[in-house]
Design a protein around this ligand. Structure first.
Ligand code: NAD
Length: 294
């Protein structure tokens, strides 16, 4: 299938290559020349603009930093697309923009689904992302085979915007549980517990969570995680803060109480203000207890 891929950064770069590996004819575009060069080396064809990438494509995938870039890119493309083109936005953006661009695409005779991902850069490269998809059933059915070439799970979350809603709710759990896990590990250490022993207990008891057992924030404890690599190469704290802010804004819009999400956002804001935004989000351990790494 002829697929346009717009946004070849940390995530989109790997995803576009997986579509090419699956046999699709991928026309790739990014504002950054270095990203284009990597895509070309990986088997994509390079386009000189988003419009050139989208020209004649049966599907268009976007993986962009934020809602503003998605809205302006989609709005610029819509008038020139072939009838009934499928647009798949995999970026993490606000629910309101996701719904607005889906409605505009629909009004122009196209189908747009929001399909944000869970899983970081390694999963994007390995093709093991989880996609949560918002849009009508027919759009989901068309998008799913394309997404399966880039992921291990493709789940229909509901109508337009539901993928983004699921993504920010999931990451609000993740942000809060990471902070709770860091706090508990720091307290355990101060109370004189051996961290590995406490890990063994909590991972088999009711304190177990993904943040503890798949992504332990303390180096040398549990399976290998970014903590064992100096907090490099995982999910950046700045991106966690972005997702928490999206969750807070969405919560405000529907009058939902999210005190833990708000507390997590405030702590990640302090951490990024202190220069930690580029580190893996588990490095917040060091903010909570200055005697520990992070
Ligand atoms: P990134 O900054 O590495 O990549 C974004 C790319 O988009 C850049 O290469 C940039 O040049 C390009 N770009 C920006 N505006 C553009 C435009 N108008 N036209 C064409 N290209 C444009 O970001 P990333 O880490 O790849 O994240 C992309 C999206 O995925 C974000 O919405 C992010 O929240 C989400 N996400 C990231 C991760 C992660 O671990 N990095 C995990 C899950 C979801």
């Amino acid at each position: 299938m002829d697929i346009a891929f717009i946004g070849l950064g940390n995530m989109g770069g790997g995803m576009a290559l997986n579509l090419a590996r699956a046999g699709h004819d991928v026309r790739a575009f990014d504002l950054a020349p270095a990203a284009l060069a990597r895509a070309e080396a990986g088997g994509c064809r390079i386009a000189s603009s988003a419009a050139a990438a989208a020209d004649g494509a049966a599907a268009i995938v976007t993986m962009l930093p934020a809602g503003g870039a998605v809205a302006s890119t989609v709005r610029a493309l819509l008038p020139a697309l072939a009838p009934d083109t499928l647009l798949i936005d995999c970026s993490t953006i606000d629910v309101a923009t996701a719904r607005a661009v889906a409605a505009e695409a629909g009004a122009a005779g196209h189908v747009l689904v929001d399909a944000p991902v869970s899983g970081g850069i390694a999963a994007a490269q390995a093709g093991t992302l989880t996609f949560m998809v918002g849009g009508e059933a027919a759009g989901f059915a068309r998008a799913a085979p394309i997404l399966r070439a880039m992921g291990k799970a493709v789940i229909h979350a509901g109508e337009a915007g539901a993928g983004q809603a699921a993504k920010i709710c999931n990451n609000m759990i993740l942000g809060a549980t990471m902070i709770a896990t860091c706090e508990a590990l720091a307290l355990a250490v101060r109370l004189g517990l051996d961290p590995a022993t406490f890990y063994e207990i909590a991972s088999k008891a009711s304190g177990q969570s993904w943040s503890l057992t798949a992504y332990c924030p303390l180096p040398g404890v549990g399976p290998e995680s970014p903590a064992d690599r100096g907090y490099e190469g995982g999910f950046a704290a700045a991106l966690m803060l972005k997702d928490l802010k999206l969750a807070l804004a969405a919560a405000q819009g529907v009058d939902a109480a999210v005190p833990m999400g708000a507390a997590a956002a405030a702590l990640y804001q302090s951490f990024t203000n202190a220069g930690g935004g580029g580190k893996d989000f588990s490095a917040i351990l060091g903010l909570l207890d200055g005697r520990l790494p992070g």
